[in-house]
Design a protein around this ligand. Structure first.
Ligand SMILES: Nc1nc2c(ncn2[C@@H]2O[C@H](COP(=O)(O)OP(=O)(O)OP(=O)(O)O)[C@@H](O)[C@H]2O)c(=O)[nH]1
Ligand SMILES: [Mg+2]
Length: 397
C-alpha cells in the first residue's frame, strides 16, 4: 500500500532531522476527482519556489480511493480520527514538519500558482498570510451566488466588526503561516468554523496578518460545505467568543432603557404624542432592567472564565475589572441595591397600614422596590461566582 508510483523530487528529499521549509497541507474527504491534479500542481509550484517541502494530506474516512491516490503519489497521509475540516487540519498539521505551512483545499478550486504570493508575505515578516478571493478573481461558477453575495460578505463583515480585523475574505481556505504562529493560535474547532477561529485567534494573539488577492476556480467533485449548518457554526463561534457583543452591549442597552423608563414613570404617567404611558410600561421597564442586568452578569462570568482558562488570558476590560473587584465590594453594592428595594417596599407597606389596610395605589413604588430588590440579590450571588472565578486565576497573575 505504501509503495509510490511517483518519484519524489529532490526538494522533497530534505534532511529528516531538520524537516522541510514548507509543509503544504490539504484536508481531504472524498476528493478522488481533484486530488491527483492538486498534488501534481502543488508539487510543480513548490519545485518552482525552490524550497524544500513536503505535501501532507489529512483524510478522515474517504471511501472513493482518495487514500490510495495520495499514497501512490508519495505524499504524507495522515488519517484523522474525527470527521470535520478542522479535525483534518489538526491531525495533518500535527504531523507536518515544515517551518512554513500552506493550507489549501484538495478540490481544485484554488490556484497553486498563488503559493509564491502567500509565502512572499511570510518572507516579509508576516505570521499569517491570507488569500482573498473577494479582492482577487472569482471565475464564473466557482462560488455560488448565495455564498458570494450573502454568506461570505455577512460572515466576513460580522467577524471584522466583532473582532476588529481587516481581513477581507475570512472564509478563504488558502493561507500560509509560520509554525510558531500556529502554536500561538491555539486552534481547537473541529468543523468548518476552524477558518474563522484561525482569523480570530491570530488577532487575539497579536500576530501580523496580511492578505493577497488570489484566483478561485470551480471545484472538481462534490462540495462538502453545508451552507446553512456550516454558516451557523461560524456565526455561533463568533458570538460565543465575544462576550462584549453577545452579552455586555445588549445587556447594558436593556438596563439603560429600563432604568430611564422606570425613573421617568416613577413620578406619574407620561403623555407622549397624545398617548398615556403608565403602569404597564413601568412593568415592562422593570423587566428590561432585570433582564439586561442578568445578561451583563453572564457576560462578566464568560469573560472571567476566558481570563482564567482561555489561552489569551482575557481582554483589558476583564483584567481591569478583576484587578479591582473583591467579594466585599460586590456585596456592598448588593447591599445598597437591596436596602433601597426594601425601603421602597416598606414605603408601600407603611402606606397600606396608614390606610388601615384599605385600598392601595402604590404600584409605581412597588415596581421600583421589586426591581431594586431583585438586582440586589442577583448582585450578591453574582459576586460570589465572580470571586470564585477570580480565585481560580493562576497565582502569578
Ligand atoms: N478530511 C476532511 N476533509 C474535509 C472534511 N470536510 C471537508 N473537507 C475538505 O476540506 C476542503 C473544503 O471543503 P469544501 O467542500 O471544498 O468546502 P468549501 O471550499 O467551503 O466549499 P466549495 O466552494 O463547495 O468548495 C476540501 O478539500 C474537502 O475535501 C472532513 O470532514 N474531513
Ligand atoms: Mg472548496
Amino acid at each position: 500500500m505504501t509503495t509510490h508510483s511517483v518519484a519524489l523530487t529532490p526538494l522533497e528529499q530534505y534532511d529528516a532531522e531538520a524537516g522541510p521549509t514548507i509543509s503544504l497541507v490539504m484536508p481531504c474527504l472524498n476528493e478522488a476527482e481533484a486530488l491527483p491534479w492538486c498534488i501534481d500542481q502543488a508539487r510543480k509550484a513548490l519545485v518552482a519556489l525552490g524550497e524544500t517541502f513536503e505535501i501532507v494530506v489529512g483524510d478522515n474516512g474517504s471511501t472513493d480511493g482518495s487514500v490510495e491516490i495520495a499514497l501512490k503519489r508519495g505524499v504524507k497521509l495522515v488519517r484523522a480520527e474525527r470527521r470535520g475540516y478542522g479535525c483534518a487540519y489538526h491531525a495533518a498539521i500535527a504531523a507536518a514538519r515544515g517551518r512554513w505551512i500552506v493550507m489549501v483545499d484538495s478540490d481544485g478550486s484554488y490556484d497553486f500558482g498563488d503559493i509564491p504570493a502567500l509565502i512572499g508575505l511570510l518572507r516579509e515578516g508576516n505570521d499569517l498570510a491570507m488569500g482573498s478571493r473577494l479582492k482577487g478573481d472569482i471565475e464564473p461558477g466557482a462560488m455560488p451566488w448565495l455564498h458570494r453575495y450573502v454568506g461570505n460578505p455577512v460572515l466576513s463583515g460580522f467577524l471584522r466588526q466583532l473582532y476588529r480585523t481587516s481581513v477581507s475574505d475570512t472564509q478563504c481556505g488558502f493561507r500560509a503561516f509560520t509554525r510558531e504562529a500556529y502554536d500561538r493560535m491555539h486552534l481547537r474547532c473541529p468543523g468548518m468554523e476552524y477558518a474563522s477561529e484561525m482569523v480570530i485567534n491570530a488577532g487575539k494573539a497579536g500576530l501580523a496578518i496580511d492578505e493577497v488577492p488570489i484566483r478561485y476556480h470551480p471545484r472538481k467533485g462534490q462540495s462538502k460545505l453545508q451552507s446553512f449548518s456550516d454558516g451557523w457554526r461560524h456565526l455561533r463561534y463568533m458570538l460565543m467568543f465575544s462576550p462584549t457583543h453577545l452579552y455586555l452591549l445588549p445587556g447594558a442597552s436593556l438596563v439603560a432603557i429600563g432604568l430611564v423608563m422606570l425613573l421617568a414613570l416613577l413620578g406619574g404617567p407620561l403623555q407622549v404624542g397624545g398617548h398615556a404611558y403608565d403602569y404597564h410600561f413601568m412593568i415592562l421597564a422593570s423587566m428590561l432592567a432585570i433582564l439586561g442586568y442578568q445578561i451583563i452578569s453572564l457576560g462578566l462570568f464568560a469573560k472571567a472564565y476566558f481570563r482564567v482558562h482561555g489561552p489569551f488570558r482575557g481582554d483589558p476590560l476583564i483584567r481591569g475589572f478583576l484587578a479591582h473587584f473583591t467579594l466585599e465590594r460586590g456585596l456592598k453594592v448588593a447591599g445598597v441595591l437591596f436596602v433601597l428595594g426594601v425601603a421602597a417596599n416598606s414605603f408601600v407597606l407603611v402606606k397600606w397600614v396608614a390606610t388601615n389596610f384599605g385600598s392601595l395605589d402604590e404600584v409605581r413604588m412597588a415596581v421600583m422596590g421589586l426591581t431594586l430588590t431583585v438586582l440586589g440579590v442577583q448582585t450578591a450571588f453574582s459576586a460570589f461566582l465572580l470571586s470564585f472565578l477570580q480565585n481560580a486565576l493562576p497565582v502569578e497573575d
